[in-house]
Design a binder for this molecule. Structure first.
Ligand code: FE2
Length: 255
């Protein structure tokens, strides 16, 4: 119970900090005024307000990304590049612009809820016991709980909530399956799993690229949406060497 209260307090503090930062730029009052009298605005002013809204959205993404960095939860070049690949999968699957924007947020911030997981569990070098694993699984709910409070991020929050659902219904938190799982969540699930497989951690080396592809393909149709896996691998294979060269490693050197 004490831990829950501490987590709630941390989340509220984080949200408050973001709100204060946004208001100090006079962006939220400007948007509120605009929404009250949008009909009377000229196209130039509307364009400026849209730019302000977009800048605010990007600031929130950057702030949360820095938070992930502080907790050492980002995997550097992999995360950014894989988020880009997630967007490409989304484009190839014909997602609309609004969905692509949610996908960008969800791909970059899907694990933001891990901020609420104790370090002893996050960094445990050995297998988690059932109680620890149950707590670790809460990170998707924690991420949803934080992001849903930000105007414009509600849909991405839901996509984050479901990023550990499994295509066969054996995932968490809701046990959704197939197309019951939001398409953005299905894409993030594949991207996230691939990133986790190929990234090195202090206590283990990442898998070689070929082995990660084998595992993705093997779990296609059970854990992962087969269409997403096929789409992802159709271009990832061709570009993989560039990505790992940028990270200072090579595809075959266990990354
Ligand atoms: Fe996750």
């Amino acid at each position: 119970m004490g831990e829950r209260l501490r987590l709630n307090f941390r989340f509220r503090l984080l949200f408050l900090a973001l709100l204060v930062a946004a208001m100090s730029n006079h962006q939220i009052p400007a948007l509120t005024e605009a929404s009250l009298s949008l009909g009377a605005l000229d196209p130039l002013r509307i364009k400026r307000l849209e730019e302000q809204a977009s800048a605010l959205r990007n600031s929130v993404i950057c702030a949360f990304n820095q938070l992930l960095d502080l907790k050492d939860l980002n995997t550097g070049v992999h995360s950014t590049r894989l988020a880009e690949w997630g967007m490409r999968v989304g484009q190839e699957l014909g997602l609309e612009e609004a969905e692509l924007q949610n996908l960008e947020v969800a791909a970059l911030l899907h694990d933001i809820g891990k901020v609420g997981i104790p370090d002893a569990i996050l960094r445990k070098p050995t297998r988690l016991d059932p109680e620890e694993y149950a707590l670790m699984k809460r990170h998707s709910e924690y991420g949803w709980a934080v992001l849903r409070m930000l105007p414009g991020f509600e849909r991405a929050a839901l996509d984050i909530l479901h990023h550990h659902e499994s295509f066969d219904g054996k995932g968490y938190p809701a046990g959704l399956k197939d197309t019951e799982i939001p398409v953005v969540s299905r894409i993030v699930c594949v991207i996230d799993a691939f990133d986790a497989m190929v990234s090195s951690r202090p206590y283990r080396k990442g898998l070689p690229y070929e082995e990660a592809v084998r595992r993705l393909t093997e779990a296609s149709g059970t854990q992962f949406d087969p269409v997403v896996v096929r789409t992802f691998l159709s271009f990832a294979q061709a570009e993989m060497s560039t990505v790992f060269a940028a990270a200072g490693t090579s595809v075959s050197s266990a990354l």
